[in-house]
Ligand binder design. Structure first.
Ligand code: AMP
Length: 495
């Protein structure tokens, strides 16, 4: 029977004795599927003892560990709504998040601010120590008698908040299960797969995409607390699949030891969460013989499009819509559906799309269309083969002198110039043009950036209104935990 909830997905796993989480480096515990599922039942028992009822939020601010994922499974078994929180969130950020989420229980690493929030608390440290597991071991390995339906909320994910205040996206069992099955099929996940898991587990990429897809395929995860080049060089050869953000791949390519031998046993290398430069895609292929598979999705919708497992993976694109997902590009002005080659707003629908934002009726009224599509806020364009390219975020669009400027086009032109390591293009208020195009550039090591020379080179390939009025050279671009450039911060700095 096709699973419709994450509980069914887990319970239908064929091999309880197969390793679910394998310790990739010394320090993280390994669990079989059977062990993980029964420890999750014991943790769920502790939640019930503390008065957590189905539908209650459980906020989790912990370091990455195998047990952090068992907390996710425990929430599923108790019917609680998992609210994953970034371990890097400050006390002030947490105050807002916890007031908004109104959790019945907090699970926190004792060293992190959520442990001091003054709410009902269980502790879980990076080694699995703390009151959660100490209490769980006294519980019977029988989950509370709660069975979710496909519409039961499984998690509430605060969206990355690169602009505006974070909002909780409520995702259901149907959303996550449908996406897990689609991804496992589309990416060919099988029981013999070993996924190298170096992503954080407070974000959908590491928490749901990597994990649920592996569970749906029946394979194992090799668990590492964070991305680190030496660990990756040691572990990629022992895995069949690697999932990461573009920074993982640029850092590996910067190391001469990373080559065709490192990837000899890999069958699939996946990138997402931030744009993968076409240049990185090509360099990776030249170095390893592997073509990175780039996909696109967001916290609210899980995964939306993917380059194919079999077939052409086009650099600079995020591939066609996944099976069961409707993706359309519409005019910002009229809402009409646009054709091939026309840039517009990306709207999506499908079982994967979340049920709405928590306590934000005004946003739920504006962010969904009358025919049930969710407005992603991303701007994109389809090519004649149905492959989507992301042009940028709608909020990042620059309107200079009444003309639309898409930052990605300018960033690509700058990145192609000699001496440039990375760039970000933003719009800042300008008395004359409304907004002025500004570029923030990072130089390659030992290279000097001459702003006038950059502008001269850009004039040869870009219309005058797209050429940055100002160029700032910086040591690093501000990025969030998923490697996304924080344009709101750049705008605040350079406005
Ligand atoms: P998050 O909710 O933190 O996962 O962020 C989702 C956003 O990341 C999307 O709306 C896109 O703007 C961006 N994103 C995700 N994957 C890609 C990709 N492959 N290329 C470009 N942008 C991406």
């Amino acid at each position: 029977m096709t699973p419709c909830t994450l509980v069914e997905l887990f319970e239908q796993h064929p091999s309880p004795d197969l390793a679910a989480f394998i310790d990739g480096v010394e320090g993280l515990a390994s669990y079989t599927y059977g062990q993980a599922w029964s420890l999750a039942a014991q943790c769920a028992g502790v939640f019930c003892e503390l008065g957590v009822s189905p539908g209650d939020r459980v906020a989790v601010q912990v370091s990455k560990s195998s047990e952090a994922l068992i907390v996710y499974l425990a929430c599923l078994r108790a019917g609680a709504v998992l609210v994953p929180l970034n371990p890097g969130a400050t006390a002030a950020e947490l105050e807002y998040l916890l007031a908004d989420a109104e959790p019945a229980l907090v699970i926190a690493d004792p060293s992190l601010p959520a442990a001091r929030a003054g709410l009902p608390l269980l502790t879980l440290d990076a080694e699995g120590g703390g009151s959660l597991l100490a209490r769980a071991f006294d519980q019977p390995a029988i989950a509370p008698a709660f069975l979710p339906t496909p519409d039961t909320a499984a998690s509430m994910v605060y969206t990355s908040g690169t602009t505006g205040r974070p909002k909780g996206a409520v995702v259901t069992h149907r959303n996550l299960t449908a996406n897990a099955l689609t991804l496992a099929r589309s990416w060919g996940f099988v029981a013999t797969d070993r996924l190298l898991h170096m992503l954080p587990v407070f974000h959908v990429h590491g928490l749901f995409v990597a994990t649920n897809c592996t569970i749906a395929g029946g394979g194992s995860m090799v668990f590492v607390p964070r991305f680190e080049v030496n660990a990756a060089l040691e572990l990629v050869p022992r895995c069949t699949v690697m999932m990461g953000v573009p920074t993982f791949y640029t850092r590996l390519l910067a190391d001469d030891r990373f080559d065709v031998r490192t990837c000899a046993s890999a069958r699939l290398i996946i990138s997402g969460s931030a744009p993968l430069l076409a240049a990185t895609h090509r360099e990776f292929e030249a170095r390893t013989g592997h073509t990175i598979l780039e996909r696109y999705g967001m916290s609210e919708t899980s995964m939306l499009t993917s380059n194919p497992l079999h077939g052409e993976r086009k650099p600079g694109t995020v591939g066609p819509a996944l099976p069961g997902v409707s993706v359309r590009v519409v005019s910002n002005a009229t809402g009409e559906r646009l054709g091939v080659g026309e840039i517009g707003d990306i709207e999506v629908a499908g079982d994967n799309v979340f049920s709405g934002y928590w306590k934000r009726p005004e946003l739920n009224a504006t962010e969904f269309t009358a025919d049930g599509f969710f407005r992603t806020g991303d701007v994109g364009v389809f090519d004649s083969d149905g492959y989507l390219s992301i042009v940028g975020r709608e909020k990042d669009l620059i309107i200079s002198g009444g003309l639309n400027v898409y930052p990605k086009e300018i960033e690509e032109a700058i990145d192609a110039l000699p001496g440039v390591a990375a760039s970000a293009v933003i719009g800042v208020p300008d008395a004359d043009f409304g907004e002025a195009v500004v570029a923030v550039i990072v130089a390659l090591p030992d290279e000097e950036i001459d702003s006038d020379a950059i502008r001269d080179s850009l004039r040869l390939v870009l219309a005058a209104y797209k050429v940055p009025k100002r160029i700032h050279v910086v040591a690093d671009l501000p990025t969030n935990a998923m490697g996304k450039v924080e344009k709101a911060r750049l705008r605040a700095t350079y406005s």
